[in-house]
Design a protein around this ligand. Structure first.
Ligand code: UT7
Length: 334
């Protein structure tokens, strides 16, 4: 019997309607469109507004659309992993909320927390379940409502983040398509540069933690930038080298969208021209676990069966990694 690989057989995404522009941010903090655009490449981001609106409200419409596109009945889903840093609640897992809301009554699932590398880590994890031969339909979600942990008085952080997410369906493939290889890394010594101080078991919420604004993402941008530029390029180069790929062999780089300058540095290192780099940071900013599936969703029609695709991310933790996959289908027009 030929070897089973885990192939992406469908992709979907969702972004909330509200558009937070650089102009509007100028009314909240001392900043300007020129600075944000030239330092990050971001023009606007989406924000999920309303009471009781958690990350699942981004994931559920994306998963429903994925099931429709892939002609999958909800009961057929075996497993759902939700990569998120902003779960609806500390527990239960957002994955449980999603599976209940879409009617995936036979699926088991859990959340996976690896900050901006979450989607890559979840994709690598889910692919192993498919490769084992035991699971046939595995949904991988990457979604975040970053506006729930962003301090809109901190101008160096609030300008980069937005809300949104997407998902992919993983299914067994015997043509050798799908996930081929991955390089995944984490290094906890990076924690001081990007973290949320309170709200976990170390510093549960108190009046003091609230007053000290400790329930927001804390980032030392310049430090993170330095590690990200090197880390993301290193792993992308490593996965290419291991698989004897040159820039010419790669059809697309799908980079985490944190800063356009980090993306450009990675593409340069891989020897890729700009037209092979998926980019939507100008519209959505940094949606943490959401960036890579949102790119795949937007560029789906441009990918061809057999294309060599490199995914790459860097984020809090630190966590970073790169996945090499062969795209498994030509888009059906629907
Ligand atoms: O998603 C996963 C992990 N995160 C990342 O990968 C993010 C990595 N970091 C970055 O993308 C960048 O560091 C930022 C976009 C967050 C910041 O850009 P930067 O070029 O590193 O700016 P900086 O923090 O070094 O600040 C440069 C100057 C400072 O002024 P002085 O001290 O030179 O006078 C800041 O106060 O820019 C100032 N500044 C701003 N000015 C206008 C910082 N934020 C702003 C702002 N508007 N929003």
């Amino acid at each position: 019997m030929s070897k089973i690989t885990a192939a992406i057989t469908g992709v979907s995404g969702y972004v909330p309607e509200y558009v937070l522009t650089n102009k509007e941010l100028e009314t909240l903090v001392e900043t300007n469109d020129e600075w944000i655009t030239s330092r990050t490449g971001i023009k606007e981001r989406r924000i999920l507004k309303g009471e009781n609106m958690g990350t699942s409200k981004i994931a559920v419409p994306a998963v429903k659309e994925l099931l429709r596109k892939t002609n999958t009945r909800p009961e057929e889903v075996d497993m759902l992993i939700c990569a998120t840093t902003t779960p609806d609640m500390v527990f239960p897992a957002t994955a449980n909320i999603i599976t209940a809301e879409v009617g995936a009554v036979n699926a088991f699932g859990y959340d996976l927390q690896a900050a901006c590398s979450g989607f890559l880590f979840a994709l690598a994890t889910g692919s192993k379940f498919v490769e084992s031969g035991q699971y046939k339909k595995v949904v991988i979600v990457g979604a975040d409502k970053m506006s729930s942990i962003v301090d809109y008085t901190d101008r160096s952080t609030c300008i980069i983040f937005g809300d949104g997410g997407g998902c992919v369906m993983l299914e067994p493939n015997t043509e050798g398509l799908g996930v081929q290889d991955q390089v995944l890394k984490s290094d906890g010594t990076g924690a001081p540069y990007l973290h949320m101080k309170a709200g976990g078991s170390r510093r549960p919420a108190t009046k003091e933690t609230l007053e000290a604004r400790e329930h927001y993402a804390y980032q030392e941008g310049q430090q993170v930038f330095k590690f990200a530029v090197k880390g993301m390029a290193d792993v992308a180069a490593e996965v290419m080298e291991r698989n004897n790929l040159t820039g010419d062999d790669v059809a697309w780089l799908v980079p985490h969208q944190a800063n356009k300058r980090i993306i450009e540095a990675t593409a340069n290192r891989m020897g890729l021209s700009n037209d092979k780099v998926m980019l939507n940071i100008h519209k959505y900013g940094n949606t943490t676990s959401g960036t890579i599936p949102l790119c795949l969703w937007e560029y789906e029609s441009q990918m061809k069966k057999g294309d060599n695709i490199i995914l790459a991310a860097f984020g809090g933790g630190f966590t970073w990694g790169s996945i090499f996959l062969k795209w498994a289908y030509d888009t059906k027009q629907d």
